[in-house]
Design a protein around this ligand. Structure first.
Ligand code: SF4
Length: 279
């Protein structure tokens, strides 16, 4: 019998994998919390890149940042426009002819979740594929554009691999997928290949994460997992471990500036969270 359907996006799954407490906070405080300027810049640039008009995007910025003066909102808009122009310039020409942003959905009968994924680009093109003996093949490319990151991190790869998995399952596309992470700020991109031989293992990891999410909701237990990303976490003010981690980091930096390297060992630094690779 088909289980009761639940819904989750790849973004929420990634939030949980990085820090369950931040995931819980973001769900519970989504209505109360005011978006940060950085978040609005990122969202607005995605909208412009996806084809929304400047007028519509400006309305979005105004709705998200009603407390800001108009000149500050215009500065947010200008930053979003600049990032979207860079993102468009870095796009492959094929993207303008094919689907740019696409909403994927796959229902997983085992976990009972409808899983949504919205990569910034999904399109097909012909390429000589080295790992396929140098033959020319039609390839699916999925691109995720990051507007704030300065370097590609493992977290970005986990997200784009999850996009690859959801594309495989929802479109029943059982060939290799080229996965691209594009950084609009430093204007660079990297790519990896999603191998279909990996699909069963990736799927099991995804389901293990979904089981953890279910368990967290059943027990109302959402663990804090501090890391370098705490400094941009909207939940920092409510999070003891995150605050402790940031204080330890600041202590490290101050000692480093003073040149007191040996003292670094005495500063308590919380461990980075264990990687929960989903892809
Ligand atoms: S501050 Fe850090 S540990 Fe705390 S909720 Fe945010 S990401 Fe998690």
């Amino acid at each position: 019998m088909r289980k009761r359907q639940k819904h989750i996006s790849v973004g929420r799954i990634m939030d949980y994998m990085r820090c369950p407490f931040a995931y819980w906070e973001s769900i519970n405080r989504a209505r109360e919390r005011q978006a940060t300027e950085e978040e609005v810049v990122g969202n607005a640039s995605h909208k412009l890149t996806a084809g929304d008009s400047p007028t519509k995007t400006r309305e979005f910025v105004a709705a998200k940042l009603p407390h800001l003066a108009e000149d500050k909102r215009e500065a947010v808009m200008a930053e979003a426009v600049a990032l979207s122009i860079t993102a468009k310039q870095m796009s492959s020409p094929e993207v303008t002819q094919e689907r740019r942003e696409v909403q994927l959905m796959w229902f997983d009968p085992e976990s009972g979740y409808e899983i949504y994924a919205k990569p910034d680009e999904l399109f097909f093109f012909d390429e000589v594929v080295e790992h396929s003996g140098g033959r020319r093949k039609t390839v699916m490319q999925i691109t995720d554009v990051k507007t704030q990151a300065e370097q590609v991190r493992s977290y970005h790869w986990r997200q784009v691999f999850l996009f690859g998995l959801i594309a495989t399952m929802s479109l029943r596309y059982y060939h290799s997928i080229k996965l691209v992470v594009r950084l609009a700020g430093p204007e660079k991109e990297e790519h990896r290949w999603f191998s279909q031989r990996e699909t069963p293992r990736q799927l099991e990891r995804l389901r293990a994460t979904l089981r953890q999410i279910d368990k967290s909701w059943q027990t109302r237990t959402f663990e804090e997992k501090p890391g370098s990303y705490c400094k941009n976490c909207p939940a920092l003010a409510n999070c003891g471990k995150g605050t402790q981690y940031m204080e330890a980091q600041q202590g490290r930096q101050q000692l480093h500036l003073l040149g007191e390297q040996p003292e670094l060992r005495s500063v308590p630094v919380l461990p980075e969270p264990a990687a929960q690779a989903c892809a």
